[in-house]
Design a protein around this ligand. Structure first.
Ligand code: PRP
Ligand code: URA
Length: 220
């Protein structure tokens, strides 16, 4: 694909452009937003992203009785879900996704970016034992170079999860990260609230929101 930007991106990417999402995202980006409000917004945006990411889940009919009469209603068809935050910042999204999918199991992948090389360094990985039977939602607020996302996806695929069952939820994505994901595996669907302009010389997303982990945990 030619240059990736907010108006031109691969088919596997869904940009959640709902006005409520865009309104909340603007407050999230603002450097004056407090850590408390930042955390609340990350949680809410994660809920909206998971709502979109589960749109393709299959339904099956069940017979129920309302107070008025019998009817054929619809229920989710045998879906089991795992939510996998990339530590640290991904932790901020877990509660929002759990509100949408309370029965989801949670795995954790610990990665940080080396400040000089910007490459991901692994320090933890604990996933549900039966992850190969589940749909997997990987959550991380920022898809920058894509290094962390691709590393996380490789951990999950090494546990026999098919690409089609993996979805990546990021609040903001850079064109560079989308390209890296597309090259690594075009079958993995990406859900994001925005595709930003580019990365700066420190591999931060521009305009972005700064360091998501530091803003969630108030470490700077
Ligand atoms: C951030 C972010 C992603 C990663 C994205 O985490 O939460 O995990 O950077 O960058 P990439 O696409 O270039 O890999 P960071 O490494 O800063 O760790 P933290 O969450 O512990 O702050
Ligand atoms: N990680 C962040 O937290 N922010 C960025 O802009 C890029 C990577």
């Amino acid at each position: 694909m030619s240059e990736i930007n907010a108006n031109n991106y691969p088919d596997q990417v869904t940009v959640v452009d709902h006005p409520m999402v865009q309104h909340k995202l603007s407050i999230l980006r603002d450097k004056e937003t407090s850590p408390k409000l930042f955390r609340e917004l990350v949680k809410e945006l994660a809920l909206f992203l998971s709502y979109e990411a589960t749109r393709g889940f299959e339904l099956e009919p069940i017979e129920i009785e309302t107070p008025i009469c019998q009817m054929t209603a619809y229920t989710l068809k045998g879906r089991k879900v795992a939510v996998v935050p990339i530590l640290r910042a991904g932790l901020g999204m877990v509660e929002g996704v759990q509100e949408m999918i309370p029965a989801a199991r949670i795995g954790h992948i610990g990665l940080y970016r080396d400040p000089d090389t910007h490459l991901p360094v692994e320090y933890y990985c604990k996933l549900p034992e039966d992850i190969d039977t589940r749909d997997v939602l990987i959550v991380d607020p920022m898809l920058a170079t894509g290094g962390s996302a691709v590393a996380a996806i490789n951990f999950i695929k090494a546990r026999n999860v098919a690409s089609e069952k993996i979805r990546f939820l990021a609040i903001i994505a850079a064109p560079e990260g989308i390209k890296a994901m597309d090259e690594a595996d075009p079958n993995i669907k990406i859900y994001t609230c925005a595709i930003d302009e580019c990365l700066n010389e420190h591999a931060y997303i521009v305009p972005g929101l700064g360091d998501a982990g530091d803003r969630i945990f108030g470490t700077k």
